[in-house]
Design a protein around this ligand. Structure first.
Ligand code: PMT
Length: 402
């Protein structure tokens, strides 16, 4: 699959914040994905990271001055403004956000910002108290109103020792934001419901049965639909991932809660994707008090949970139903059997016995089956797999008239 970032023309405009050093990684990762990157640096950015470093990483001369004798007409900002498909200011300091919000054109960045018709984005980075300051929030609101994409900030430990909102998004997350921005927005009006993550089945007040699912695969599929414009609802078991932006989240704990949350939201859904690792069994009885270790052996009585996927697929006006299969042997045969038994339109199977993919891994490799067709998705980051899966679903889904 061709990378969505291949030959995309991106200006990275670096300003003077401590997070400027992260731009080296950002530019490198964008270049790895095939993007064409040109770097603009403000005077104070050059105090934090050298233009030479950025030139080496981008493979292009770095632009630092408004009037550029190397540019065709001596006006570097106009040339760059016309060339760019995206201008990303990173890290966007409080000072830079103020300048951009007020249209100051006293340097290369300010002039380029006003002269471009490209999409404009900022990745704020500043002390948490500064971020909360009313003046910064006013500038933030003005930028949003001007149609500027604001990516981040995230919360966490800051260079100054404070903890709170104001951290620049990590370079890899910014690369994903950029990639998401370039995805075609061809799924407006499509309603998607997904399950993700594990379920927890209570045994006593302090213990439960569960599995190793981190939720990442399902969250990536949700994001892949959302970035193409779909309306996405994600029913998630307990995970420690941040909710994907723009997705309606429903948090549940047990298989029974996941079933209820799913069935009650099926109305009007076009596509259902069951990526959750739902417990197949739950303890038959919930002990009221902590089970004491008085016996040498303990036998648990378990009962089957209801199969959420099968229940969705048996609904009279069922959506296009995509199941997952996590197998450790006879992967394709078991997946095909599941697709038939549960009356699915498509199944995505992964061999979870393979190291580095499947449960709690950053990567996955899948084989997708549908009626009269199949496709292998080789090992890749889960976000890439998710985007390919969503592409396949859209090809097979025939729409409401089918
Ligand atoms: O969450 P990650 O760490 O990123 O890992 C991703 C993953 C390995 C969990 C994911 O890729 C995956 O394989 N998810 C399905 C896991 C699973 O439970 O597979 P299964 O073969 O046991 O179940 C088959 C299908 O039935 C699944 O779509 C499952 O959601 C569904 N099911 C199962 C039991 C049940 N009671 N209700 C269900 O809906």
């Amino acid at each position: 699959m061709v990378d969505i970032l291949l030959q995309r023309r991106i200006v990275i405009a670096i300003t003077g914040g401590i997070a400027a050093y992260k731009c080296a990684e950002l530019v490198r990762r964008l270049k790895d994905r095939g993007a064409e990157v040109r770097v603009v640096m403000t005077a104070s950015a050059c105090e934090f990271i050298t233009p030479l470093t950025m030139q080496a990483l981008s493979g292009e001369p770095v632009h630092t001055h408004l009037l550029d004798p190397r540019a065709e007409q001596g006006m570097g900002h106009i040339e760059l403004a016309r060339w760019a498909e995206l201008v990303l200011v990173v890290p966007a300091t409080a000072h830079t956000m103020a300048r951009l919000a007020h249209g100051w054109a006293d340097d290369l960045l300010g002039s380029l910002w006003l002269a471009t018709t490209a999409i404009r984005a900022v990745a704020p980075a500043m002390n948490q108290q500064m971020w909360k300051a009313p003046a910064v929030q006013r500038n933030y609101a003005n930028l949003l109103q001007d149609g500027v994409r604001v990516w981040g900030p995230t919360e966490g430990q800051q260079a100054c020792g404070d903890v709170g909102p104001g951290r620049m998004m990590e370079p890899m997350d910014l690369v994903e934001q950029v990639a998401a921005h370039f995805q075609p927005k061809d799924m407006h009006g499509l309603h998607v419901l997904l399950t993700a993550g594990p379920t927890q089945e209570k045994l006593d007040p302090v213990r439960y049965l569960s599995n190793y699912s981190s939720g990442l695969m399902g969250y990536c599929v949700a994001k892949a639909f959302q970035e193409r414009g779909a309306h996405v609802t994600l029913v998630s078991g307990p995970v420690s991932l941040p909710p994907p932006q723009g997705v309606t989240m429903v948090s549940v704990v047990s298989a029974a809660e996941m079933l209820e949350a799913t069935l009650s939201r099926l109305n009007g859904i076009d596509v259902f994707v069951g990526s959750a690792a739902v417990a197949d069994y739950r303890p038959r009885e919930l002990a009221q008090h902590k089970i004491k270790k008085t016996e040498a052996e303990l036998t648990l009585k378990l009962e089957k949970t209801e199969d959420i996927l099968a229940r969705v697929a048996e609904q009279p006006n069922k959506p296009f139903v995509v199941g997952f299969a996590a197998e450790t042997q006879h992967v394709h045969a078991y997946a095909l059997d599941k697709m038939k038994r549960k009356k699915l339109d498509m199944i995505a199977c992964n061999d979870v016995s393979q190291p580095g993919i499947g449960f709690a891994a950053q990567h996955n490799a899948m084989h997708i089956f549908w009626k009269n067709g199949d496709c292998a998705l080789p090992k890749a980051p889960k976000m890439d797999i998710a985007r390919q899966l969503v592409g396949l679903i859209m090809k097979q889904w025939k729409g409401p008239s089918a």
